[in-house]
Design a protein around this ligand. Structure first.
Ligand code: GLP
Length: 266
C-alpha cells in the first residue's frame, strides 16, 4: 500500500485523475471500477475536463460501479444510475453499453448479484478500482462486519451510512435502507486500487483504515492486504496519519512516482 498526501483537495483530485488517464492511455479498453459520493464529484469534473481539453478517450473503456441502492429506479435523482449518468457518463465519449451498475430494481436480487460478478469475470476482471471511504470505514457499501471474502450481495445499510447519505435525497425519508454492493473480496481482486479521501471529517477513519489494525469492523482495512493499492488524500484527510513524513519521502523519491511529480506540486 502507498499513501500520498497532497496539499489541497484539488491537488489530490488532479493526481488521481492523472493516474487514471495514464492507465487509460496505456490500455484504452481499461476495465475501470467506479465509485459514487461527494468525493468523486470533483474527480469526475477533472476527468471530463481532460476529455474535453486533452483528448482523454473513454470510447473503449468498460466500467463497473461498486454499488446501487435497492428499491429506487435509475431515473430517481438519489440513485447511483442517475448520479453516474449526470455527473460523468453523459459528458464523456463512453459507450453506455459498456457501463455497468447493479440493478437495484431487479426482481431477484441474489441472481442480479451473481450475474454482476460473472460479468466482471467475462471482462477479465477490474484493472483499476476507484474507491473512497465512508465515515463508517466502508468501501462500496461493505458495512461493519462485512466478510473480507464477501462477494457482490445485498447489504443492510448502517445507521451511520443512512445518516451520512440521507441528505443527498430531496426527501431524506426516501433514502433506501438496503443496497447491492460489490463485496470486499470482489474489490480485492481488482488488479489495482486507487482510493481518494478528502476533507477533515475523513481524517480519523483514514488513519484507522491505513495505519490501524486489520478488522472487519472497518472494511477499508482490507486494502492493507492488496498488493497494489494507493491512497491519495488531501492535507485535511491525511492530518492524523502518523507516518506522513515517510509517505511524503516515498512520493518525492521513488522512480514510479516521477512522471506524476512533474504534474502535481510536491
Ligand atoms: C457511499 C458509497 C461509497 C463512498 C461513500 C463516501 O456510501 N457507497 O462508495 O465511498 O459514499 O461518500 P462521500 O464521498 O460522499 O463521503
Amino acid at each position: 500500500m502507498q499513501v500520498i498526501i497532497q496539499p489541497t483537495t484539488m491537488d489530490a483530485v488532479n493526481l488521481v485523475a492523472c493516474i487514471i488517464s495514464e492507465r487509460l492511455r496505456q490500455k484504452p479498453h481499461l476495465v475501470l471500477g467506479l465509485a459514487t459520493g461527494r468525493t468523486m464529484v470533483p474527480l469526475y469534473q477533472r476527468l471530463i475536463e481532460m476529455h474535453q481539453k486533452e483528448d482523454l478517450d473513454f470510447s473503449l473503456a468498460v466500467t463497473f460501479n461498486l454499488d446501487e441502492y435497492i428499491g429506487i429506479p435509475p431515473e430517481h435523482p438519489g440513485s447511483y444510475h442517475y448520479f453516474m449518468y449526470n455527473t460523468f457518463f453523459r459528458h464523456i465519449n463512453i459507450d453506455l453499453r459498456n457501463t455497468h451498475i447493479p440493478n437495484g430494481m431487479a426482481e431477484d436480487i441474489a441472481k442480479e448479484c451473481k450475474e454482476y460478478e460473472e460479468k466482471i469475470k467475462d471482462f477479465g476482471g477490474i484493472d483499476l478500482q476507484l474507491l473512497s471511504i465512508g465515515e463508517s470505514g466502508h468501501i462500496g457499501f461493505n458495512e461493519p462486519l462485512s466478510s473480507m471474502f464477501s462477494r457482490t450481495r445485498e447489504k443492510a445499510l448502517s445507521p451511520k451510512t443512512i445518516e451520512q447519505n440521507k441528505h443527498l435525497f430531496s426527501n431524506p425519508d426516501e433514502m433506501p435502507k438496503r443496497a447491492i454492493t460489490m463485496g470486499v473480496g470482489t474489490i480485492l481482486e481488482a488488479h489495482e486500487c486507487l482510493v481518494l479521501v478528502t476533507g477533515k471529517h475523513k481524517s480519523k477513519i483514514l488513519a484507522r483504515a491505513v495505519e490501524g489494525p486489520f478488522t472487519a469492523m472497518i472494511s477499508a482495512t482490507a486494502l492493507q492486504l492488496h498488493p497494489n493499492c494507493t491512497f491519495v488524500a488531501d492535507e485535511d484527510a491525511g492530518s492524523e496519519l502518523e507516518q506522513r513524513e515517510y509517505y511524503q519521502w516515498i512520493f518525492e523519491n521513488e522512480p514510479e512516482w516521477e512522471i506524476y511529480r512533474n504534474k502535481v506540486k510536491v
